[in-house]
Structure formats: C-alpha cells, structure tokens
Design a protein around this ligand. Structure first.
Ligand code: GAL
Ligand code: MG
Length: 991
C-alpha cells in the first residue's frame, strides 16, 4: 500500500520547494553572462537531461517497497528525460478533449494510479561554499523527490518549474536523485486540457549552483515616453544587499553602470523600443556576491485607450496562433530548438502573436519570443473543462470556478504562471485559465494579478460564462475575449457599447481541410479598431507514433491506442501537419496576413497598405505583375520604402490592351530580405466576357457520320477516332475509347458527395440521410437523335433514396460532335427541404496513364469558394501527386475553384471547358475511398486517377468548432443549369 497522501490532498500544493522566483540562470563571470547564447554555457548550470534509470508500475500500490524505501528500489530500464512514458511503451496514450480521464472526485484519483520511478547519478567536485538548487521545468502530473536517499519534497502543476534547495543533501562525488512520478494527482482536475494525456518528466531537469546570499527574485518594468524617445528600466527586488549593474545597448556598448539596492531606475535616451516587428533587446547584467545574471530587456509599454491596443504609442493588431507543446517524436517535450523552428515558421507565415495554450511554456520559449518577436498571451496551467460533462444537472461549467475550496489552488497556479516570466518583454497579457468556468475564485485571482503586475493585461475568456446567480466582477479584466465568435457576434461586440477591446483567443478552427473563414475575420479586424485580433486554433496537428498491425510506424490519434474514452481525430486540427510540414491552410493564413496588402485597384491606380505598426515597407521587396490569361506579362518592381507603418501608398500602372475574351489579373508578391515569398495577393482586373465550350459543330462531312448502336440500355457511339459507350440508365459514359485506347477504369458517374472534411462533421449525417452519399438514378424519359454531324442525347432523370422525397430532378442534354467532343448540359432542380449540397459534378475514373494536368484557374494549391488565398488565378501544370493533400484523416481536398479550362494529360489530352468557370479535382483516390479511410495510411493502392468536374462545391468554413458557412459560401441553389465539354486531343497540347 502506498501510504503517502500528498498526491490527493487539496491542501498540499508543494512540499519543501524554494520560494518562487523569476527565471534566470546565474553565471560565474561577467563575460560568460554577457556573451552566452545558451544556458549550458554557464559553469553554474548542470543539465541533467539524458538517460535515467526507470521502472514503471501500473499502480502505485505495486511499488514493492514502502514509501520511504523508494530510493532503494532497483530499476531495470532506462528512459530519456525529458519525455513522456507513453512514448516508450509504458501505460498507453489517450487523447481526450473535454471529459476528465478519471471519475470526477477531487482530490481523489483512481486506486490504481500508474507511476514511474526515475533515477540518475551525477558527479560533484568539492562541495563549495555554495547553494545548490535542483530544478524540474515540468513533471506530469507530480513528483516526489529524494536526493541521496533522503526525502526532499513534493510538487505538482505539470507545466511549472519546481525548484528545491538540495544543498543539505549533496556531497562531493557521486550523488543520486530519485523521482517518483504519478499519472494522476489532485492537480489532474485542473489539467483537463484538450491534448494527449501524458505522464513523466516531460521537461528539462538541471542543477544550479548559487552564491550564498544571492539575488533571488527581482522585477524589471520598462515605462517609456515615445514623445521624448526615452525609456526607463525600473528595477525592484526584496533583496537587501548591493547590486552592481551594467546596461548595454543593442550593439553591446555599455551605456550605464552603477550600484544600488532594492529599487532603482535607469533612464535610457534615444531608446530603441521593443516590438514583435523590431525586437530590440538591451542587455542588463547584475552582479551580486560574484554571481552574474544577464537579462535581455525589451523597452516597451502596452496600453489600451478607447478600446484600441497600443504598443509604444502605436496601435497594434494581434495576428496570432495557439501553440501547444506537441510533437510526433517528442510528445509534449519540446526543447528550445523545437520552439525556435516553430517560431521561425510562424514568422514566415506573418504571425505576430502566440497564446501558450493552455499552460505556461518552459522558460526558453519566452526568451525566444522576446528575441524573435512575438506578442504572447501566457496562460496559467488551468483547465477544468470536464465539469461540463458531469451527468445530468450536475454538469455545471462554473462548478470549480465558484467553489471556494479550489480558490487557493487556482491562485497558486496563476502565480506560478506569472512570477517566472514577469520580466519578459513578449508577454503582454496573462490568461487566467482555459475553459474552467467563471466565478469568485477567478475574480479574486484577477484582483491579485492586478496588484502583482500593473504593466500587463488580464485575460479570462470564460467571463463569457458568468455565474448568473450573482453579480459578477469583470473590473480586473482588460479585454472581452471569446472563442469562435461568429462574424455577427464580432460585429455586435465591436459596435456595441462595451468598454473593453474585443479579442478572439481562439478562432478559425484549422482542422483538416480548412479553415475557410480567415479572410472574412481579417476583413473584420481591418474594419473595427476595437477588434484587436485573434489567435487561430491551432498551430500543428497533434499525433503520436504507434506500430500498426502491419508493423509500420504510423501516426495515430484518439482511439488508435486502445483507449475507450477518446475524441478521435479532434486533436488533428492544426494549420501544419504533425511534423510541421506546411499545408495550403498555412499558406492561406500567410497570404491573407501579408504585411503589405494589395488593398484596391481603381483604373490605373493600385493602393498598397502597410498593416505593420513599426516597420516601413523598406523591410521588404515588392513586385506587381499583370497576368493575361494566366501568363505573366509585365513586371513592375515596387519601391516600398516610402510606405510608413499603418499607411497606404498609391502606384500607377499601365493597363494592358486586352480583348473582352481575356482574363486579366494583377498580382502583388512580397518577399523578405532573404528573398522568400511572404505574401501573394491578387486582384482580378477583368474577367473574360465569353467562355465558349469547345463544341465543333462546323465539321460537317457526310462520310464521317457517327454510328449509333444500341445494346440494351447502352448505346455505342462511334466516330472516326472514338467509340463511346453510354448508359441511358445513369446518364453517363461507361467507357470512352479514343485513338484505340480505353480511357476509363470504371464508368463515369454523377456525384453529390464529397469525402467529408472535418468541418462537415455536423452536416454529414444530414447529408447521408438526404441520400447525398448513396442514392439511385431513375430514368424518366430518354431520346437519342442523330444528325448529320452530331448525336444528341436527351434524358430526364430523378435521383432518389428509399423512403425520402426526390433528391434531384435533372434534364441532361449531351451532344457529341464528329471530332468526338462531348458536351453535357444539365438543368437541375433540387428536391424540397433538403440540406445544402456538398457538390454537383461528374467523375471520370481515368486510367493511371493520365498523370498530369494543365489548367487555367485557382492554383497551385487547392482552392474553394471561401479558401483560395494560398492560390491564385493563373496557369498551372502539375503532376497528379501534387494535386493531393495528404491529411492524416483523409477527406475532400485538391479542388480547383473558378477553373476556366483544364486538360488532363495521358495517352490523349482530355480538355475540359465550360461556358462558366467550374471546379475540378484530379486525385489518385475516389471520394468513397477518402471517406472510408480513417488514416492516410489506410487508403488503398490507387486504382484510378479520378477526374472530377464539378459545377460547385459547398464552402469549407470552420464548423468543426465554430459556426456554419456564410450564406454566400453555401451551395444552396434550388435550381441550376450547367454545361461543360470534354474534347480529346491526340497530340497532347499545353494550354
Ligand atoms: C477550444 C479549446 C481548445 C480546443 C478547441 C477545439 O474550445 O479551448 O483547447 O479544445 O476548442 O479544438
Ligand atoms: Mg477544453
């Protein structure tokens, strides 16, 4: 029996931990402190990451010894630190979103609480006249610590540093650390975040050596005065002794030096302020008793006035993203370099903000955010979302927010999320929690935070869920924050009589193929000064490796690890794939948020707008180009240096002479100094007036008549170079033979179904019930007429499903010309009271010899009515492999919106045209195959290359977590007419 009770005692938050302090690493010399790029360069720092001895127990009660004997257990395995045990074959992964993973019974945890014992040794030279502090930057969910056989202390709060003064326990020579980590503790009720639930020493461990009587905690604030371009370094500490300090400017030139104690200020003239755009950092070095601490100082001041967010006196907007610590290899254990990779990618995608969803990061994250430049909402390690899933009337969002029994825990978690990072320039707002309701516990905590830090804003999104039984106090909140607010709600907040700016701590749910609403939210940010920005949910997909039944190492999501309580692929909802490869969704974000915007074109006047608050356009290279029918004609390099922050510039260009048949666009490409494209925007200057389907009716030559033969319901139509088999029952061709080659692997078919994208998850059942996936055609009447140079088929069809009203009523007219061109004309009426259609079109399952496509439309990435900014109208030539986006959960992808013309190339070229623009995709899988495969690696071997020619598709949206599509993006027409033609050209032509 495991006799210690700390882990399920609400009153035990920490045992014998050192007093909380701001994060820093001490150095032994001035030079080292000043020059170090990494904390490992400090001789006072001993990193204890690496292989530790390890033993796993499925239950704490299986530990074979008494609690006090735990340091003496023998451990037979090893495990890397940091990591989570589930990645090394112990316990099992579980992905769950809202529900608590254990019965709701705080502070108790299940009797069989899985746990691991960790041990490692390290050498110490002569024990100096120093103090030694052992730091754990994050242990999931708690830790019991022994050093050299003696019990040192206990701590919890997974995403928080635990620091222990281990001086009395250490000796010269080999020292031993033993740590017991449990899967659950009382803290579990506060860590119900939507993620894989992991266990272990998940962040770095290190020992720091300190001088006796050291500077422990200090706070630096940086009030500024933009009018005089000055800044003040305001230093405060409870430490009584003398502090020698030096301040260096951006170039490392010493600008001040002195000695003081307790509280002092240093004035900086000509101060270079910090912002995410220009992350200027001064270096401030403090010396106390021979110990040197270096701080990077960003002089900056965030303020709110008239519901607008200002930084250093300039209005700013937050173009942000939510970032979880999640990685397919490392699980929750992201190291500094992994953070750096993510941040550099965010910069390339024009993001300037990060919300640390839903817990504080390890300290190096904040240092990088200061250095690379981000506005950070730092969130406390609190989420008690599971209270909404209690049974019946017990479900109560505000349960834990209101119950004063939890007040101290909440306050403690919030303080622990603030003090360590209180000197970081990048943090502009403290977030109290995520999805834990609202109530007195938060009101008290907010009051406390207000006193603790007067320089930053306070955020609590769940003020959206006020306790209606009482008057709620929002006075210590600085913003109205909502997640997934609809467009109309955004407008309501911004136009309403509120006294706080509006922010979306989460919006645009980037799950699977999506989001489709980024451009519309951006438009609202442009429109309303009080809409200060938003943070997309979320940065990257969460997925973990597993070995499947075929022995393959593949990525899994909820339910793939044998867990019964899980939320499936709801964790696969990032802009980036788990390995951080970029998707078209991320590029959609990038182009919409281009720092210099192509605002409008009027006549020969282009207006560019710099949406940055501090950088002029000089930081970028710009290029305007005119494209006629997708071909670039003229390039105009643009000198952007004159566009000041938040202002516009007009450029005059010469409109080309074109005919009414031409499609003309103007494209604006923005590159950074390294020449990388960071924005691409386009405006349509002219859409062609006439689009004629290529039906060649003039080829009248008596001897070339089309032969028509009937075989039951099928008709064989043969010309000089073709033979088509048409099935009157389906209105489709079952085979197309051109130049002796059969082109189809299976009959063509008319479809309404798209492999549901994640945003279709709430529509999908309706769609299925309405017969959009499986249905049957009924032929009402049919006629075929042969004329001298063409054959015309007329069919009247109904689409039905047993038990429900007609889905569609459709008249088709198909004309086949002597040259073999097929022209389809559709006249369609949808049955009444049916949902929006996923799509309407026709699929040709082509032989795989067709493997390339040329098109004039929106590419090169997939494009939809509401998601097409990664792409542009232009002329593209692509391989079929480039047309497919390999989502971990397969779904509709690869559509090309507003296509004017496309040619699929194989043994012959199939050319598609229409009198209107159309949609098409060319994919190695059918919609059925994509629908049925739970993972990308479950897709069958491709048997055909599916050319899908569509009149329309429903929009993409963000409805997996958010509102349904705007009216204008819905495929809700009751009646429509459409045509397209298909011509076969024996010599492959490039359009
Ligand atoms: C929010 C929540 C996130 C995540 C998201 C859905 O409600 O804060 O943690 O669950 O929804 O993916
Ligand atoms: Mg949640």
């Amino acid at each position: 029996m495991f006799e210690n009770k700390f882990y399920q005692d609400l009153a035990v938050l920490s045992v014998n931990t050192a007093k909380l302090r701001n994060y820093y690493i001490p150095f032994p010399t001035m030079e080292a402190a000043f020059l170090a790029k990494d904390r490992q360069e400090s001789e006072n720092f001993l990193l204890l990451d690496g292989q530790w001895a390890f033993e796993f127990y499925a239950s704490i009660h299986e530990i074979p010894v008494a609690f006090s004997e735990i340091p003496n257990t023998s451990l037979s395995k090893t495990i890397p630190v940091p990591s989570c045990i589930q990645n090394y074959g112990y316990d099992a992964h579980q992905y769950v979103n809202v529900s608590f993973p254990i019965p709701y019974d705080p502070p108790y945890t299940p009797y069989d609480n899985p746990c691991g014992i960790y041990r490692r040794h390290f050498e110490l030279g002569e024990i100096s006249e120093r103090d030694y502090y052992l730091n754990f930057e994050g242990v999931d969910s708690n830790l019991y610590l022994w050093v050299n056989n003696q019990f040192v202390g206990y701590d919890q709060v997974t995403h928080s540093n635990s620091e222990f003064d281990v001086t009395p326990y250490l000796h010269e020579g080999t020292n031993e650390i033993t740590v017991l980590v449990m899967k659950w503790c009382a803290g579990t009720y506060f860590e119900d975040q939507d993620k894989f639930r992991t266990t272990g020493i998940t962040r770095s461990v290190y020992l720091v050596q300190r001088v006796k009587d050291c500077l422990w905690e200090y706070k630096i604030e940086t009030p500024i005065n933009p009018t005089s371009q000055t800044g003040v370094l305001h230093f405060r500490t409870p430490y009584q002794g003398e502090i020698h300090y030096l301040l260096f400017d951006l170039n490392g030139v010493k600008i001040d030096e002195g000695a003081a104690s307790r509280e002092f200020i240093i004035k900086v003239s000509n101060c270079a302020y910090w912002s995410a755009e220009i992350p200027n950092l001064y270096t401030f070095v403090m010396e106390v008793n021979g110990e040197y601490i270096s701080e990077k100082i960003g002089f900056r001041e965030f303020t709110i006035k008239d519901r607008i967010l200002y930084l250093n006196g300039q209005p700013i907007k937050l173009y942000g993203v939510n970032h979880h610590d999640s990685h397919p290899e490392l699980g929750p254990s992201m190291l500094k370099e992994d953070y750096r990779i993510d941040m550099l990618k965010m910069k390339q995608l024009n993001m300037n903000g990060i919300r640390t969803a839903h817990y504080p990061k390890s300290p190096e994250f904040y240092e990088l955010a200061d250095e690379i430049g981000f506005y950070v909402i730092s969130e406390a390690d609190i989420e008690s979302h599971g209270v909404v899933n209690l049974f019946g009337e017990s479900a109560d969002y505000n349960l834990m927010a209101r119950d004063e029994m939890f007040g101290e825990i909440i306050e403690n978690r919030i303080i622990r999320s603030i003090i360590p990072f209180q000197n970081r320039a990048s943090v502009f707002m403290w977030s109290m929690q995520n999805e834990s309701g609202y109530g007195v516990n938060y009101e008290k905590a907010q009051k406390m935070v207000r006193k603790l830090d007067t320089t930053r804003l306070i955020h609590n999104e769940r003020a959206a869920e006020p306790d209606l039984s009482r008057m709620n106090d929002f006075s210590n909140l600085d913003v109205i924050s909502r997640m997934y607010a609809s467009f109309s709600d955004v407008a309501r907040y911004c136009e309403g009589n509120f006294d706080k700016p509006f922010i979306q701590c989460e919006y645009s749910h980037a799950m699977g193929n999506g989001p489709g609403d980024l451009a519309d939210y951006f438009e609202l940010m442009e429109k309303y000064p009080s809409y200060i920005g938003g943070f997309v949910w979320e940065w990257a997909d969460h997925a973990m490796y597993l070995t499947d039944e075929f022995g393959r190492r593949v990525l899994g999501y909820g339910g793939d690890f044998g867990e019964t309580l899980h939320d499936g692929n709801f964790c696969v909802d990032g802009l980036l794939f788990p390995d951080r490869s970029i998707t078209s969704n991320a590029l959609e974000y990038r182009n919409i948020h281009s720092p210099i915007q192509l605002k409008k074109v009027e006549g020969e006047r282009v207006t560019l707008r710099n949406i940055q608050s501090f950088l002029t356009g000089a930081a970028f290279l710009g290029e305007l180009s005119i494209h006629i029918n997708g071909e670039k004609t003229g390039v105009i390099p643009i000198d952007l240096s004159r566009i000041s922050p938040l202002s516009e510039q007009e450029i005059i260009f010469e409109r080309p002479v074109v005919s009414v048949y031409d499609d003309v666009t103007i494209n604006f490409v923005l590159k950074n100094q390294e020449g990388e494209v960071i924005g691409h925007q386009q405006k349509i200057l002219q859409e062609s007036q006439i689009r004629v389907p290529d039906i060649l009716i003039n080829e009248i030559e008596e001897r070339n008549l089309i032969q028509v033969k009937q075989k039951q319901s099928c008709y064989i139509l043969a010309g000089e170079s073709f033979s088509y088999t048409f099935d009157a029952r389906t209105g489709c061709f079952t085979q197309l033979k051109v130049a002796g080659e059969e082109l189809l692997v299976a009959p063509s078919y008319i479809h309404l179904w798209r492999a549901p994208i994640d945003n279709d998850r709430y529509n999908m059942n309706n769609w299925r019930q309405a017969g959009y996936e499986t249905n049957q055609w009924n032929l009402i009447s049919f006629a075929i007429t042969e004329k001298s140079a063409k054959v015309q088929i007329k069919g009247h069809y109904r689409l039905g499903k047993p038990g429900i009203q007609n889905i569609l009523d459709m008249h088709i007219v198909i004309t086949i010309s002597l040259s073999g061109t097929i022209q389809y004309h559709f006249d369609v009426e949808k049955g009444i009271n049916l949902p929006d259609l996923p799509r309407f079109g026709i699929v040709f399952p082509l032989k795989k010899l067709f493997d390339k496509v040329n098109y004039l439309g929106y590419g090169p990435y997939d494009s939809y009515v509401d998601k097409h900014h990664a792409s542009h109208f232009g002329k593209y030539q692509q391989e079929i492999s480039e047309m497919f986006e390999n989502y971990l959960k397969p779904q509709e992808n690869g559509n090309h919106w507003k296509t004017i013309e496309a040619s699929v190339l194989g043994p012959v070229a199939c050319q598609i045209r229409s009198s209107k623009s159309f949609n098409f995709s060319f994919l190695p899988y059918s919609a059925t195959e994509l629908t049925q495969a739970p993972h990308s690696y479950d897709l069958p071997i491709s048997s055909a290359h599916h050319l899908s020619i569509d009149y329309k598709q429903n929009g993409i949206g963000s409805a997996s977590c958010g509102h349904y599509l705007k009216e204008k993006y819905r495929f809700s027409e009751q009646k429509f007419q459409w045509d397209f033609s298909l011509s076969f050209l024996e010599n492959q032509v490039m359009i």
